[in-house]
Ligand binder design. Structure first.
Ligand code: PMT
Length: 409
């Protein structure tokens, strides 16, 4: 996934205190291979210098439509024509108002009027200004013209107030831009993803769990949202932030996770079970903390019923994708799980390999589908694995899975 590579992203900076965060946004965009062109309002230049943004973007910064040198070097129409996407970050109440009514009295508003590419606004302002009906009306007007409004975050504001008005995290702005430029090939899908570990109580302070961080499942949720799907994410305990645009259902034990999965199953068109769900739980968790003593103790475990075969039995037109975490005999064990759990696709990972399985940002996977197709992949980032799985989901839907076994170098 290199959606922003070689794309021209025009960043419009308007005059609010969050203008300094445009520097981080530009750094993230160039880091993803985008060509970043910056335009600033006169007020923005009071908060951050054009020189800073010019240095970070490695291109001259447009600040004035009427400056002859700038116009010949940059050209506002050329800027609008070249842009694959435009993002106004931060967007003040003033620029939102001017853009909403079509005023073109500076470089930023002029480029906005001349542009034909996707446009996003990332508002940042005082909480009461953001709540003002005029701002809401102006944003509604922009939305009605397919402008994407990236909602501000809530929290402490530079003006001293608490509330909604903080510029969204630059990472979130980049994710929105990636979504805007993606094909949206999953727009017809409602995907239920499970992620993370489960915890089985021994007593009120101790539990049995596993090493899952949630990274694999969260990567799938993120990628599917970017590709246009509606997502529900059933997550075990994880330190990861809920991905943008994703409805997260938080669970702790296997029973809770499997119940939440079963409850949301009728909603989905595809289920992807990337969570590491416990297979056993303590038979009789203690009500009170078990006191230490010198004797050895035995913990009786009882099996947890596997949910997948039960869901498979009532799947209808849904697709079900499972994972197999193995420590040996990868393909044989995974193929057996695929059959027994009646899955459409299983993603097998040998969790003993360096850079595969639990906790890492990468994974090494073999995909086995119900029609017998097998493909082994080298080490990929979990984001890349996520896109691969989603590509196969689409291929299964359209009946165009690659036929032969394959091993990518
Ligand atoms: O979260 P990360 O740190 O990124 O790590 C990723 C991962 C290693 C957890 C992930 O890649 C992975 O392999 N997930 C599945 C782990 C697992 O539980 O595998 P399994 O072979 O035990 O289970 C097979 C399938 O049955 C899984 O889809 C599982 O969700 C499902 N299952 C398991 C037990 C159970 N009681 N009910 C189930 O439905």
């Amino acid at each position: 996934m290199a959606l922003l590579k070689d794309k021209t992203i025009v960043v419009g900076v308007s005059g609010g205190i969050a203008a300094y965060k445009a520097a981080e946004l530009i750094r993230l965009l160039t880091g993803r291979g985008a060509q970043v062109r910056v335009m600033m309002t006169r007020n923005a230049a009071e908060f951050i210098t054009p020189l800073t943004l010019q240095t970070l973007s490695a291109h001259p910064v447009a600040t004035n439509t009427f400056d002859l040198t700038q116009e010949s070097e940059i050209g506002h129409i050329r800027l609008a024509d070249r842009a694959d996407a435009i993002v106004i970050a931060p967007a003040t109440a003033d620029i939102i108002a001017r853009a909403a009514v079509g005023i073109a009295d500076d470089i930023v508003t002029t480029v906005l009027l001349a542009a034909r590419c996707p446009i996003a606004f990332a508002p940042a302002m005082n909480v009461h200004m953001y709540a003002h009906p005029t701002v809401a009306e102006n944003l509604a007007r922009l939305r009605s013209r397919n402008v994407v409004v990236i909602e501000p975050d809530e929290g402490e504001l530079a003006c001293g107030y608490e509330g909604k008005g903080r510029l969204p995290d630059p990472v979130a702005i980049v994710e929105e831009l990636e979504r805007m430029l993606s094909l949206r090939d999953l727009a017809d899908e409602r995907i239920l993803v499970t992620a993370g570990p489960t915890r089985e109580a021994i007593d009120p302070v101790r539990y049995i769990s596993n090493h899952s961080s949630g990274k694999m499942g969260y990567a799938i949720a993120r990628a599917a949202w970017r590709r246009g799907a509606a997502i529900r994410l059933v997550s075990g305990p994880s330190v990861l932030k809920a991905p943008r645009g994703v409805e997260r259902i938080e669970t702790v034990s296997a029973a809770e996770m499997l119940a939440a999965t079963a409850e949301n199953f009728p909603w989905c068109s595809t289920l992807v079970m990337a969570a590491a769900v416990a297979d056993f739980r303590p038979a009789r968790p203690a009500d009170q903390k078990i006191k230490k003593n010198a004797r050895a103790m035995t913990l009786e475990l009882q099996p947890i019923a596997d949910e997948l075969p039960r869901l498979s039995a009532k799947k209808g037109a849904r697709l079900i994708i499972g994972f197999a975490a193995e420590t040996g005999n990868l393909e044989a064990h995974a193929a057996e799980k695929l059959r027994r759990k009646k899955l459409d696709l299983i993603v097998a990972n040998d969790v003993t390999l360096e850079g595969a399985g639990f906790g890492s940002d990468t994974n090494i996977v073999t995909l086995i589908s119900a029609d017998g197709n097998r493909e082994s992949h080298p080490k990929l980032t979990k984001d890349e694995v996520a896109d691969l799985i989603l590509d196969r989901l689409l291929a299964i839907r359209s009946g165009s899975m690659p036929r032969k076994s394959s091993r990518s170098a």
